[in-house]
Design a binder for this molecule. Structure first.
Ligand code: ZN
Length: 256
């Protein structure tokens, strides 16, 4: 499907809300804040691209093997961030096919000689149309690529000795997946859910009902204590969003 149906340039993939100013003020955790309080799975997020996409490096604290999740841009910087931490970069994981999440994936994979894993195959059209996405957003040329492996509901990806569960969460894009590390109650949700908002669904093959279903049926069962790293903006917990998110709080979804 052509991408000409975009109504306006991407302000990011987040559905805008009236309190965006307040949210922006909360984004004090970039550009390279680290969190080491999970003993088994380390992570650091570095916002990349003009859309401040949260490229996230995750690693096994035991083996020091690592993966970049959604490397949207600045491949040299991302490679250096892994090397500075003396991590062995083994793979790239993708949540969905939007340019700001995958723009540096091919280059980084070639530089580090590592595979690209994900997203779901329903996002093939987004990856095949990367050159058009780049033209639309006025970024440097990005070549189309396909991953070494598509992901499906129920798959697991392994980073060192750590296993992350894969859930298919369509709505923002049809092939969107999220990663969940159960032992540390941490999820990487891409553009499905944000602190105070949800992913946009006005793109080709976006579907608002699917997105709400993904959030309620796939994310909420992972537990209210679960922290999540969204594709843009600050971290939150599923419990906090169930209390206060204007789109998917229990009070809102209960009335659907
Ligand atoms: Zn997106």
């Amino acid at each position: 499907m052509p991408l000409g149906s975009f109504a306006r340039p991407l302000p990011g993939c987040r559905t805008l809300t009236t309190n965006d100013g307040a949210l922006a003020a909360l984004q004090q955790w970039g550009p390279a804040s680290a969190n080491r309080d999970t003993a088994m799975l380390g992570f650091v997020t570095i916002p990349v691209t003009a859309f401040e996409q949260n490229a996230t490096l995750i690693w096994c604290e035991e083996t020091r093997e690592a993966a970049w999740v959604d490397p949207g841009g600045s491949p040299e910087r991302l490679l250096a961030a892994a090397r500075e931490r003396k991590l062995e970069l083994r793979q790239i994981l993708l949540t969905h096919g939007h340019l700001d999440h995958v723009g540096a994936a091919r280059e980084l994979a070639d530089m580090a000689e590592i595979p690209i894993i994900g997203p779901g195959e329903a996002d093939r059209f987004w990856l095949e149309q990367l050159p058009m996405q780049a033209r639309m957003f006025g970024t440097a040329e990005v070549k189309a690529f396909l991953p070494d492996r598509w992901l499906h509901e129920g798959d697991q990806v392994q980073v060192g000795r750590q296993l992350l569960d894969v859930y298919h969460c369509p709505g923002h894009t049809p092939g969107h997946v999220i990663f969940h590390h159960a032992p540390s109650q941490l999820a990487l949700v891409g553009d499905v859910l944000f602190a105070g908002s949800i992913g946009r669904t006005d793109f080709p093959r976006g579907n608002h009902r699917d997105l709400l279903d993904s959030i309620a049926a796939k994310l909420w069962p992972l537990g209210s204590e679960t922290r999540f790293i969204p594709g843009h903006g600050p971290m939150s917990t599923f419990g906090e969003e169930r209390r206060s998110n204007p789109f998917v709080a229990d009070q809102v979804l209960g009335g659907r």
